[in-house]
Design a protein around this ligand. Sequence first.
Ligand code: G3P
Ligand code: CA
Length: 250
Amino acid sequence: MNLYNPHSIIKVAHRGVPSLVPENTIASYKHALTLNIDMLEIDIHRTRDNKLVIIHDPTTDRTSLEKGIIKNLTYKELEKYDVGKWKGESFVGERIPLFEDVLQLIKNVDIKLLIEVKQPEKYPGIEEQILKSIDENGINEEQIIIQSFNKKSIQKFQALRPGIKLGVLIKKKDKFISKSTIRKIGAYANYINPNYKIVTKRFVEAAHQSNMKVLPYTINDKQAAHDMLAIHVDGIITDYAQSLEEWLEE
Ligand code: G3P
Ligand code: CA
């Protein structure tokens, strides 16, 4: 029995296609754009000289052979870091992208950008700055969804730009999230995106009752994808965007 319509599932390439190409690099995003996906997910931090950059961790330690703390480095210093080599010689030369580079990459492409604002509490004014950059790069807000674990930051986005689509991320440790908390989030967010290990049918129903979509992260095998679809989540965030179609066909 078909429990879902594979065409209506929102397919999200998490940090590009990190199972094939180093995460959060332009090469990884370009690869994602060749696949049948609906959204591209990226992570934002800010440099010492206030440049918005795309990297998951607050440091370069995991994804570069050189150590560094993003908020303590200028972009000129940071752009020297190679974020491809740690995954193999064939990726040497990949650089930490600027947010505006990604905006230009997705401009006029039929895909949505799911922007995760990392630790916004460390970067005062980052909400205004992100919105300004979206506007200055001529991106229609219809193409954007902004998400964060930080609810206050998401509420600030809502106050600044009521029309833009927003998401709240939920950690695994928040397994016992109540229906009333979900309802409160639904007052300002359009998506509630939990660690897939805590998603239940009741969670999904509560989110839908509050008019939110559910995009669980990070689903990296077919069984987990099928388990999620059986409880009617709206999409799948994965490191294996190249496998999604195959997973959804069966
Ligand atoms: O998009 C959801 C997911 O990216 C959140 O967790 O740690 O992979 O950024 P993380
Ligand atoms: Ca993320």
